[in-house]
Design a protein around this ligand. Structure first.
Ligand SMILES: *Cc1c(COP(=O)(O)O)cnc(C)c1O
Length: 416
């Protein structure tokens, strides 16, 4: 039985999978079960931020696995505290507190629960709690009942209704629509600094400033989903800082690149005081309010700490900007008609394709047609929606690897 047969017989068919069977990875390269090698500009969807099997991460996992894999959050976990300190001191650089989950969706659920607590603590004038979280069209926040309800895409929500109530989706990058859209029950605004799954749409500095100012004016929590954009991916430790450095969020969620390949997510709440009696925002999530059996266990925290230290010490966020410039310059020089626009920041880039130039057999999307051809020539990239190719190389990708990938891209794209 082939691996694909085993899959279809025993695994729930929630993914339309490519037949590719990766068996080994090293840096920017993956090998499949036939020995064919690929340049990996998908990196498990922005997860393997240091490439595959980075020696520092492998060593941290080996070392921790030999000592202690897991203990309950009933006890002290020093690796968790060390990782939280690294995140706050060197990456967020605003005082706050971190909670560790196992995924991005769960991290967003944590932010949503924090917003609900905030809405009870600072209710509407009639004393009823505020509960609504405003999110944006084309957003993606995850697949749990909470994060799916927060997601502004009907295709994610189809036939799972009734959805968790308390969400409204406003147009992205439209500060006036937001200012006009606040209701008495609104408690928070949640957004991605760069929408990843929704087609690689970057927030403008004006929009992020408008969100911050509306939140201040209406006493709302300003929440950022940095699950895909965080930890160097967009050219700064945090993507919001690359776009509008002066703003200060109240909460942030992460996952993907944080663990470099181990399943870990997290959310952070700003230490700011939220009322006259000196209550700090994180104190709303006290003992018993939230939890996770696995969340932040010694193994995943040791791995994530190695990832973040490597990103910081090697200044990989700055490196991502250099590699972005290299990609953009080359694409400009080619001036291919099929590439309509290049969007995004750092090494989260979206190439908007001209669908009119791409014949689509078997009901495939234009992006999928191109993704498949690239794979046949040895380059792995994901799509972002029907018309956008996404480039997500590891943050430590070399100029030579960028050039190699671009050469494959050119060969494929010039056919259109
Ligand atoms: C991937 C993603 C999520 C969901 O993360 P999971 O780990 O798959 O639950 C949430 N938000 C954004 C912005 C993402 O890109």
């Amino acid at each position: 039985m082939t691996p694909a047969d085993l899959f279809s017989q025993h695994v729930l068919p929630t993914y339309a999978r490519f037949p590719l069977v990766p068996v080994r990875g090293e840096g920017c390269r993956l090998w499949d079960d036939t020995g064919t090698s690929y340049l990996d500009f998908c990196t498990g969807i922005a997860v393997c931020s240091l490439g595959h099997c980075h020696p520092r991460v492998v060593e941290a996992i080996r070392d921790q696995a030999g000592k202690l894999l897991h203990v309950s959050n009933l006890y002290q976990i020093p690796q968790q505290a060390e990782l939280a300190a690294e995140i706050i001191t060197h990456h967020v650089r605003i005082p706050g507190k971190v909670f560790f989950s196992n995924s991005g969706a769960e991290a967003n659920d944590g932010l949503i629960k924090s917003a609900r607590r905030f809405g009870h603590h600072r209710p509407q004038p009639d004393g009823s709690p505020r509960f609504e979280v405003i999110t944006f069209q084309q957003s993606f926040h995850g697949r749990t009942l909470g994060s799916m309800a927060a997601t502004g895409q009907t295709k994610i929500q189809e036939r799972f209704d009734p959805l968790l109530p308390g969400f409204r989706y406003l147009p992205y990058n439209d500060g006036s629509a937001l200012a006009a859209g606040i209701r008495p029950e609104t408690a928070a605004v949640l957004l991605e600094p760069v929408q990843g799954e929704g087609g690689v749409n970057a927030a403008t500095p004006e929009f992020l400033r408008a969100v911050a100012s509306v939140c201040k004016q209406h006493d709302l929590l300003f929440l950022l989903d940095e699950v895909q954009t965080g930890f160097g991916r967009c050219g700064d430790a945090m993507a919001w800082r690359w776009i509008a450095p002066e703003i200060e969020p109240d909460g942030i969620s992460w996952a993907k690149g944080l663990g470099g390949g181990v399943p870990i997510g997290a959310f952070w709440l700003n230490d700011r005081v939220i009322d006259a009696d000196g209550t700090c925002l994180p104190s709303l999530m006290g003992p018993g309010s939230h939890g996770s059996t696995y969340g932040g266990n010694p193994l995943v925290c040791a791995a994530a700490l190695a990832v973040l230290q490597e990103i910081r010490e090697k200044e990989l966020a700055a490196h991502a900007l250099l590699m972005e410039a290299r990609i953009r310059k080359t694409l400009r020089e080619w001036n291919l008609p099929v590439v309509v626009e290049v969007r995004g920041h750092g090494l989260l880039l979206g190439l908007q394709l001209d669908p009119a130039r791409i014949p689509t057999p078997e009901g495939k999307t234009p992006a999928l047609v191109v993704v498949t051809r690239l794979m046949e020539r040895g380059l792995l990239v994901p799509a972002a929606g029907p018309h956008t190719l996404r480039l997500l190389p590891p943050l430590n990708v070399t100029p030579a690897e960028i050039d190699e990938a671009l050469a494959i891209l050119r060969e494929v794209l010039r056919d259109f």
